[in-house]
Design a protein around this ligand. Sequence first.
Ligand code: MLT
Length: 428
Amino acid sequence: MSESAKLSFKGQEYEFPVITGTENESAIDIAKLRASSGLITLDPGYKNTGATKSAITFLDGEEGILRYRGYRIEDLAEKSNFLEVSYLLIYGELPTQAQYESFSKEITHHTLVHEDIKKILEGFPSNAHPMGVLSSMICALTAFYPDSLNPNRTEEEVNLSIIRLIAKMPTFAAWAYKNEMGHPVNYPDNSLDYCSNFLKMMFALPAEKYDVDPIVSAALDKLLILHADHEQNCSTSTVRIVGSSQSSIYASISAGINALWGPLHGGANQSVIEMLEAIKADGGDAKKYLDKAKDKNDPFRLMGFGHRVYKNFDPRAKIIKKAADDVLEKLGVNDPVLDIAKELEYAALNDQYFIDRQLYPNVDFYSGIIYRALGIPTDMFTVMFALGRLPGWIAQWKEMRENGEPIGRPRQVYTGSNERDYVSMNKR
Ligand code: MLT
């Protein structure tokens, strides 16, 4: 028997269907709310509002659960790899050996980008933030592949755009870094796996041989898995709403990159390291800043702690914390900034003030630490987040298009002036 929810307003009763998902989450379907009652709902930040039904990622903020297509993030981080997880998110099932090999081969075949894109890159000053460079180059793909402007092409044509995105994103990301460093760009090396190829494009220099450290490549692959999707977060919702107007996948993903750029979203990992470096520059007294964080009159806030959705712990943070400890030990990293991070982490996990407020270290806290240990510069951290999130954005865009979802167009409650007559300039 289907459930329903009743609303009474100004003496009228209204009844709306309740739908329940496969993990027993229920939602009131208010598609007919305004037509039947004249009412709309108001929910700034949409914290209580479902924008869609999705079969891609399930997370439970209370229980600290995260699954991609039903598979536990813990299992995927331990047993899978980023390309296999990308396939799972986008096509819905773990690939067979043949499917995986074909997918990997297609991606390898498309890593190169049009030489004219280098001219776009060269137009950016070296102080351009790599996120702005990345979103610009992704959007520029609409110029080099104009057929992609129509999102309603055949499944094969849409899939080619998907392959091109996954294949070229590491190239663009590495080139954005090289532009910042004033170094010549490196072309992809198709003999390498996805993460090793990215690291070589990032760090290889013409003057010397570059060998990818397998420890670094493996840690990066795990980080990308952990960031691959997270249901209807800000940047994914941006990708969906831009795609809902039938903008191309490249324009939609470019918009998602720009949403992720914000310090309240993907930029949080960059803000964590900037916070740690500021504490170090101020003498490195972690306790001083822990006390400042507790002082409600002090504007200082701890970055990388707590989460809007996870109320007890971020399952990705547990996995990434272990990876951070392993990588720092294996690489023999000795960094005072990371020592400060350890002091803040210990306090957050043991000080009742932070425990009571669920201010535990989140995925951004640890990802910033690992990226720093891997030698990735701070303003590239959010680019790394985008690299990981790409398959999730693609999967969500694809699901939205395949489900024929309508254009996103929220309503509002108007609070401005009531009707008034125009006043000529000489009477104001
Ligand atoms: C994410 O992974 O997108 C972040 O944790 C933010 C979120 O889910 O709201």
